[in-house]
Design a protein around this ligand. Structure first.
Ligand code: SF4
Ligand code: SF4
Length: 141
């Protein structure tokens, strides 16, 4: 910003007022720098920011309405703990898998990392809609 102001002054262009510069800087900070920081966070840590952002509460509510769950009864859990170690939200999936109970947790962001990490193929990602589509597919066969 300082470079731009110096450039404008040297070019003979009217330099904007201080309050306008503050507004521009604030908008730039909120729209670009915070967004970039959030994108890096998402890429590196899944949706870990859901712990702190009110939007996470809304997304958790929508996930609950959609019937989002991780089912754990496809195969036998070998208790390796890989699902727990990759979950960005720190959800204890293994305890549920040992009991063959579905993981229904408001903080689950549906990233599917636990499903991919499971060497025994015990876990599956499901929602009410996916279950409905699967039933239709089975009926057609
Ligand atoms: S999908 Fe699995 S790894 Fe991702 S947040 Fe939910 S429980 Fe954790
Ligand atoms: S990764 Fe799969 S086998 Fe390993 S503890 Fe989790 S559910 Fe069980």
């Amino acid at each position: 910003m300082l470079f731009l102001v110096q450039f404008m002054a040297l070019s003979g262009v009217n330099v904007p007022s201080a309050s306008l510069l503050v507004t521009i800087e604030t908008v730039k900070y909120l729209s670009l720098e915070l967004l970039m920081a959030m994108l890096f966070w998402v890429v590196l840590h899944g949706r870990g920011y859901c712990f702190y952002c009110p939007l996470g509460t809304l997304l958790g509510f929508l996930a609950k309405k959609a019937g989002q769950r991780i089912t754990t009864d496809s195969k036998i859990c070998v208790a390796c703990g890989k699902c727990n170690s990759v979950c960005p939200m720190g959800i204890d999936i293994m305890s549920k898998a040992k009991l063959k109970e579905s993981v229904v947790d408001a903080t689950c962001v549906g990233c599917g990392r636990c499903v991919d990490a499971c060497p025994a193929r015990t876990l599956s990602y499901e929602t009410n809609f996916l279950t409905f589509v699967e039933r239709l597919r089975v009926k057609k066969i």
